[in-house]
Design a protein around this ligand. Structure first.
Ligand SMILES: *Cc1c(COP(=O)(O)O)cnc(C)c1O
Length: 389
């Protein structure tokens, strides 16, 4: 069957109907599946026959969710996880061995940074960091033992952009696997496989669920690599629960319309803040003032829903701004229907020294805004009244 458009696949990719002829996919809340006889069981375990066996390996609801993401990212295959971090960890753990080396952008999600710095070295897997704004550093860091080139774009919380096409070319030249965490963009806005990524990771907790209800993660990409990740996960057990998969598969049906509106609201708020007297700097991929505006336009369909702003007055002003917010939520999540503001220097990144914060692009007055789906006038009004305090 030929692929249909993104929105159609998101809605029409469904399991076969049961004898009830249900219209909406039911929830298969079952830990295991039964077999006709010992021969069927043998053939299934030998992988001569494809069937669900046990929900740690696969389940109809997780398969439906994965198939949708595979189509959205134009990938070959995928596997779903309980959280985004389970997806990140399992990808590295399945594909690397002691002595292997990773080259990654320094500005990665906090827990991913912690894996690179605090945990992988215990298994003799080390990481070299490059500055996201200096991709010319990458080739100098590559060693004979380098296996994976890793990045996020846009980054958290600085909303920096890296040229995915350039990363794809470097990975190809040096025979590395290019792995991209595409969570901030969502597959509707950006499809890294088109630029040479071998694997794409998502925290489904964010825009994919989009309503702040469940945690989930997913990896999609080349079949041979997904196969390794599947075998690792089948034995170690980070699988997504059927219930969360059912919620996430429903959420994907509306991903396109939600993300369109998120991005429309975010651009309007970014434009408003760019002219605000209390704001030193606004970073949003689809503002002409973004240093990587041209790259963002090349690889992203829309600008995403996250804005980074630098409030005049540093740490104190950043804290005061947050304390003056009335409607928006103070919460660490993002990609929710509700607009969320966070001040990384005093919260998510407060454990880093001020030098480490600056190296990761976190200035004292930096505020991250995940723009939601409330009416844009109400979002602007709340942010504006908090800034005028
Ligand atoms: C949230 C997030 C993760 C981790 O996902 P969880 O579902 O919270 O485990 C990984 N990468 C990025 C970019 C994220 O925003």
């Amino acid at each position: 069957m030929s692929n249909k458009h993104f929105e159609t696949e998101a809605i029409r990719t469904q399991l076969e109907r049961s004898h009830f002829q249900e219209h909406s996919t039911p929830l298969y809340l079952t830990s295991s599946f039964v077999f006709e006889d010992s021969e069927e069981m043998r053939a299934t375990f030998m992988e001569e026959k494809e069937r669900d066996i046990y929900s740690r390996y696969s389940n109809p609801n997780t398969s439906e969710f994965v198939q949708k993401v595979v189509k959205m990212e134009e990938a070959e295959d995928g596997f779903a996880f309980a959280t985004g971090m389970a997806a990140v960890f399992s990808t590295f753990a399945a594909l690397l061995k002691s002595g292997d080396h990773i080259v990654s952008a320094r500005s990665v999600f906090g827990s991913t940074h912690s894996l690179f710095i605090n945990y992988f070295p215990k298994w003799n897997i080390n990481t070299s960091y490059f500055d996201i704004n200096r991709p010319e550093e990458i080739e100098e860091l590559i060693q004979p033992s380098t296996k994976i080139l890793y990045a996020e774009s846009p980054t958290n919380p600085g909303v920096d952009i890296i040229d995915l096409e350039l990363l794809g070319a470097i990975a190809k030249k040096h025979n590395l696997l290019l792995v991209i965490d595409n969570c901030f963009a969502s597959p509707y806005v950006q499809q890294p496989i088109k630029f040479g990524a071998d694997l794409v990771i998502h925290s489904a907790t964010k825009l994919m669920d989009g309503q702040g209800r469940v945690l989930g993660g997913v990896v999609v990409g080349k079949s041979s690599l997904v196969r390794e990740i599947y075998l690792f996960s089948r034995n170690t057990g980070p699988a997504l629960s059927p219930f969360n998969a059912w919620v996430l598969s429903k959420s994907l049906e509306t991903l396109a319309v939600r993300v369109e509106k998120h991005c429309e609201n975010a651009l309007k708020l970014a434009e408003f803040l760019e002219n605000h007297p209390k704001i030193l700097k606004v970073k949003y991929p689809f503002l002409k003032s973004h240093p990587q505006f041209q790259v963002a336009k090349k690889q992203m369909k829309l600008g995403g829903n996250v804005i980074a702003v630098e409030v005049k007055g540093g740490l104190l002003a950043g804290e005061q701004f947050l304390n003056s917010i009335k409607m928006c939520s103070l919460s660490p999540n993002l990609g929710d229907t509700r607009t969320i503001v966070t001040h990384p220097a005093s919260t998510t990144h407060s454990k880093l020294s001020s030098e480490e914060q600056l190296a990761a692009g976190i200035t004292p007055g930096l505020v991250r805004i995940s723009v939601g789906l409330e009416h844009i006038s109400d979002i602007i009004e709340d942010i504006n009244q908090a800034l005028s305090k």
